[in-house]
Design a protein around this ligand. Structure first.
Ligand code: ACO
Length: 465
């Protein structure tokens, strides 16, 4: 096999953030609701100087520069996002401006969207291109992330912002496992964006959580089936088979509950009620034998408490190391699982031979459970510049230090930025007037792109700080 997977990665996030503790006070909710109840620490955001194009350009530029990647070595570039600023022109086409100087215009791929799932679809397209007869030997790049903002109200603290860039190719240190997947797609109205004049989604919070967990159930069962037919004669698939689990992270509490749900699934899928007596989870779940995976099992406080308790130690060992960025940046939507993979690399030194399960969920809904395996021994040339070990990724991304360097803003400043974005959104659809962003460029880091103006034909212009 070619061992196709993630060769290199990085993340771009804005320099401004607001603390969830400050937001609790400002919003007048009970102390601990956002920090303990949702499990979040801080939330990244930007004003009207940044849009999804400038953020994707920054993610791409950082990746190319840090890993010294030649633009001519790229044969495919895909963007996965749900931050739509044009109903026709893809963000990918805007990113081609960075390829201009190299003269390489022979780059396949465009944008993919479906809520938080676009990045995964872009990732699958890239890997599958490399496995196909159309592959010409060059590497692929996936850019994925969003500006996640909600209208005032209880969903607002679950916003966030960040864009991940990944170099995909053969002989990778983190290889996507062939033939192992559990897919669940369904028609649901849990979260959608029908109002093209606003960045805010329509969201049914309770339904979205139920859809997420139901999708997890289905994907887990199907992944288990594909695992057991690939590894015939091995122990049946269970949480034991995974060293780490990475989840789409709207907020950390749901990630904790998702691992709890997997423990519950292991119990339910371990056989008939008589056979479950042998399960290590028996003492936690015996009283839910009659409920199984029925609707009664979703949003069930007693079952939630039992599954959190049953998976407490496994959460610390298998999930916690992947949660840093999601707790600090908030929900990066399409980029969420990939930011979590980057957090995992940052916090776990040696992933060689380790299996990382990844659950990607996008409302509406599209979801997949798939996996990567750490693979450092296959390289003939470990010392090249493309970041072929995960430790060089960690060094180049320098996540913890970059999080420290951000600028903390007050909830009032955060609200002002949200109003700025609302105004710019309204103006962007009224042709005939020029829009000059009002936010200060002092928040744009050196070398980064920002939105300079939108002209009377709604063409966007960017500058570099
Ligand atoms: N201290 C500790 N815990 C608290 C406190 C407190 N002071 N106050 C509340 N909590 C707990 C609650 O008990 C609850 O815990 P539980 O989840 O175990 O029941 C949790 O904090 C959240 O409180 P709720 O009252 O349920 O929160 P609310 O209904 O106001 O909003 C929601 C939460 C629905 C997630 C909302 O933020 C939302 O709609 N977000 C957007 C949708 C979303 O992210 N969906 C997830 C999947 S889809 C996607 O990725 C977009």
């Amino acid at each position: 096999t070619r061992n196709i997977g993630i060769l290199a990665m990085d993340i771009y996030f804005p320099s401004t953030f607001v603390s969830q503790q400050d937001l609790e006070l400002y919003d007048g909710v009970s102390e601990g609701k956002y920090t303990k109840g949702l499990g979040q620490t801080n939330m990244s955001y930007c004003g009207d100087r940044e849009d999804i194009v400038s953020m994707c350009m920054n993610a791409l530029k950082q990746l190319m520069e840090k890993y010294n990647i030649d633009y001519n070595s790229i044969g495919r570039l895909e963007v996965g996002t749900e931050t739509i600023i044009d109903k026709s022109k893809s963000i990918k086409t805007a990113l081609m401006s960075l390829f201009q100087e190299s003269g390489n215009f022979n780059v396949e791929g465009v944008d993919t969207y479906n809520a938080c799932y676009g990045g995964t679809s872009a990732m699958f397209n890239s890997v599958q291109w490399m496995e196909s007869s159309y592959w010409d030997g060059r590497n692929a790049i996936v850019i994925t992330g969003d500006i996640a903002v909600y209208a005032k109200g209880n969903a607002r603290p679950t916003g966030g912002c960040g864009v991940v860039a990944m170099l995909i190719g053969p002989n990778a240190p983190l290889v996507m496992e062939c033939g192992l997947r559990g897919v669940h797609m369904e028609n649901a109205y849990d979260f959608y964006k029908p109002d093209l004049k606003s960045e805010y989604p329509y969201v049914d919070g309770k339904l979205s959580i139920e859809c997420y967990l139901r999708a997890l159930d289905r994907c887990y069962s199907l992944y288990k089936r594909s695992f057991e037919s690939k590894y015939v004669g091995c122990a049946p698939f269970s949480l034991e088979s995974a060293d780490y689990c990475v989840f789409h992270s709207p907020y950390n509490r749901l990630v904790q509950k998702s691992l709890g749900r997997m423990a519950y699934l292991d119990y339910i899928l371990s056989g008939s009620p008589e056979e479950r007596v042998k399960s290590c989870y028996r003492s936690f779940f015996a009283e839910f034998d009659g409920i199984g995976l029925t609707n009664e099992s979703y949003g069930n406080p007693k079952l939630d408490t039992a599954s959190l308790k049953a998976s407490e130690n496994e959460y610390k060992a298998k999930v916690l190391p992947s949660t840093t960025l999601a707790k600090e940046l908030g929900n990066c939507y399409s980029g969420s699982v990939y930011a979590s993979i980057l957090s995992l690399l940052t916090n776990v030194q040696n992933l060689n031979g380790k299996r990382v399960l990844v659950f990607s969920y996008g409302s509406g809904l599209a979801s997949t459970l798939f996996s990567f395996v750490g693979n450092y021994n296959n390289n003939n040339n470990n010392n090249n510049d493309s970041g072929k070990t995960t430790s060089s990724i960690v060094e180049k991304c320098n996540i913890n230090e970059r999080l420290q360097q951000r600028i903390k803003q007050t909830p009032e400043e955060f609200e002002k930025a949200m109003e700025m974005r609302e105004e710019s959104c309204k103006k962007q659809i009224s042709q005939g007037t020029i829009y000059n962003p009002i936010d200060s460029i002092k928040f744009i880091s050196k070398g980064s792109y920002y939105l300079d103006k939108i002209d009377d034909k709604l063409i966007r212009y960017y500058q570099q700080q």
